[in-house]
Design a binder for this molecule. Structure first.
Ligand SMILES: Cc1cc2nc3c(=O)[nH]c(=O)nc-3n(C[C@H](O)[C@H](O)[C@H](O)COP(=O)(O)OP(=O)(O)OC[C@H]3O[C@@H](n4cnc5c(N)ncnc54)[C@H](O)[C@@H]3O)c2cc1C
Length: 531
């Protein structure tokens, strides 16, 4: 494939794409091994990491054990977690929290100096470490950005939007990135011995989502187009309690509120969760999200009532949620908060092993864009930042042990502000409508048709393809899984199939499934040129 490239850069060490918690932590753990950290916007501003409210799960509280954390993770995963991965993540969690403290994260502590821990849904004990109540993601990311800026081996490059992996003889040797939009835009080939994708999730592919607009599933799309195996793409988690005030992204009412005792009620004040699950509001996310969805479909309104559980403490204990409510004209200390489920987290992603390696030579993936087997069909709350930390550290260790840094060459052009491509409205609407909380074969086939139309209308442009390919992987995975489990509910296959296993598929396989569902496939990566 020929590409008109304006500049070729040879990076010295690892090339990390994405400057959320996954990318930043991996770069820090790599040091002094050199790393170029590439992102479309300023680190500490973009991505989901800065939005994280609840915190990070780790068995650091009095009487807690990593075995209990692992058991809760496996229970939430609805039969599809890899128990060995759950054990290693839970076991390594306290060490990764110590790393964060070393990098400058000031977690909330008790009077005796020990870490304060909160409780979230489906955790059997309180084990979530946090900062300033609900500002955990922002504060941890800020600490990592400061540390990265003081680490000589890390080069932070913002203003680059990656659109395709560079592959030679089956090995990933770098990536193509644009420096800015409009007539001046430049295409840069950044070559590297190691590429680590840390591009986050895909929530912005849905019309109703808690995720920021950068979470377009592009890392997954690029990897799939290069031939990587994708795992569990159908498992998209919907957060039960996004604040329903017509904002995009939808602000989140953190699960920790329910951990504090907040209850879910309808417009008459009727509490409906106790009749559905023994843990009531603290049941696993998929159970709570579907219960709210059913109430909404039945014509009710749903509210999170925090008046008794949190009340006057609200503004101090949950400043982010408080500010979001006040902006929408709601005083959560005095009024119930209107809520609805929203796309929130992708359990699926680029299939990786316990060292963070993908199925392609030269390509690692960490954070939400990866699928390690930790989450199964349903992520346990506050396990995602943890997964990014554990596998960031593991990928770094693997790269340091197996890759030699090489001399750098070329000068990066000064990046202009990049205007990230928006996700087509029709794609977001189709994903919410047909590949959302409830799916069936007919709706999923419709989604595939819409995806195909959008690709054609967009002239198969590369950045667009990264989104549509990811959407196609989700839909194909959902079509293939003829059962209901965890976050994936098929109204035409409501039963759980006890023999079902995790999904592992390439784009070529997804296209076969799409063709079987009646959608044309015009999208083979090898037929594309970068535009
Ligand atoms: C509102 C909210 C609350 C949450 N609360 C919690 C919580 O309490 N606990 C928890 O464990 N998890 C929580 N999560 C989930 C968690 O925040 C994410 O899973 C995690 O932050 C993902 O980190 P990451 O580093 O993989 O990706 P991100 O932090 O999303 O970073 C991805 C980066 O990649 C960049 N990027 C993407 N594509 C490109 C491209 N093509 N070119 C250049 N750059 C690109 C983005 O700009 C960004 O810098 C929450 C998520 C949300 C949205």
């Amino acid at each position: 494939m020929t590409r008109r490239v304006d500049n070729v850069i040879e990076t010295k060490g690892a090339l990390i794409l994405g400057a959320g918690l996954g990318g930043l932590f991996t770069a820090l753990k790599l040091a002094p091994f050199p790393a170029v950290l590439l992102a479309d916007a300023h680190p500490g501003v973009t991505g989901s990491s800065v939005k994280a409210q609840g915190g990070i799960a780790a068995s650091v509280g009095e009487g807690d054990t990593w075995q209990s954390h692992a058991a809760d993770t496996v229970a939430a995963g609805a039969g599809l977690c890899d128990p060995e991965i759950a054990a290693l993540v839970a076991h390594e969690a306290p060490e990764r929290i110590e790393d964060l403290v070393r990098y400058g994260a000031h977690f909330d502590r008790l009077a005796d100096g020990s870490l304060a821990v909160g409780r979230e849904a489906a955790h059997s004990v309180a084990r979530i470490v946090h900062i300033h109540g609900d500002r955990s993601g922002l504060e941890v990311t800020r600490a990592l950005v400061d540390s990265a800026m003081q680490t000589p081996s890390i080069t932070l490059m913002e203003g680059f939007h990656a659109i395709e992996l560079a592959v030679e003889e089956g090995r990933v040797v770098g990536l193509f990135a644009r420096t800015c939009s409009g007539p001046e835009r430049r295409l840069v080939l950044m070559r590297a011995s190691t590429v680590i994708l840390a591009t986050g999730g895909l929530g912005a592919l849905y019309a109703v989502s808690t995720n920021p607009p950068e979470t377009r599933g592009e890392g997954l799309g690029m990897a799939a187009r290069a031939g990587a195996v994708i795992a569990d793409p159908e498992f998209v988690q919907f957060h039960p309690t996004a604040i329903a005030v017509n904002l995009d992204p939808a602000p989140l009412a953190t699960e920790a509120l329910r951990g504090e005792g907040a209850i879910l009620v309808d417009e008459t004040g009727r509490r409906f969760m106790p009749a559905i699950h023994r843990d009531a509001e603290l049941a696993p996310r998929d159970v709570v999200a579907r219960a709210i969805h059913c109430e909404l479909v039945a014509g009710h309104k749903v509210f999170l009532d925090c008046r008794k559980a949190v009340g006057a403490r609200f503004s101090d204990a949950f400043p982010t949620v408080y500010a979001a409510c006040r902006e929408a004209g709601i005083d959560p200390a005095e009024q119930p908060i209107p809520v609805a489920p929203a796309a929130h987290y992708h359990m699926g992603g680029i299939a990786t092993d316990r060292r963070g390696r993908s199925s392609l030579d030269g390509l690692w993936a960490v954070g939400e864009c990866a699928s390690t087997g930790l989450h199964g069909a349903n992520r346990l709350a506050s396990n995602s930042l943890l997964e990014a930390l554990v596998f960031g550290a593991r990928a770094a260790e693997d790269v340091r042990a197996t890759v030699q840094p090489r001399p750098g060459r070329g000068t990066l052009p000064a990046p202009a502000r990049y205007a990230s491509p928006p996700v087509p409205r029709a794609l977001r609407e189709a994903m919410t409508r047909y590949a959302g909380l409830e799916r069936d074969a007919a709706g999923l086939a419709e989604a595939l048709k819409v995806i195909d139309q959008i690709e054609r209308a967009g002239g198969h442009e590369s950045a667009l393809l990264n989104m549509t390919v990811t959407a196609r992987m989700v839909v194909a995975g959902a079509l293939k899984r003829r059962e209901s489990r965890g976050s994936h509910f098929r109204s035409d296959y409501p039963q759980t199939d006890e023999t079902a296993v995790r999904t592992f598929m390439t784009l070529a396989e997804a296209e076969k499934i799409a063709a079987g569902a009646g959608a044309p496939t015009t999208n083979h990566p090898k037929a594309r040129a970068v535009r």
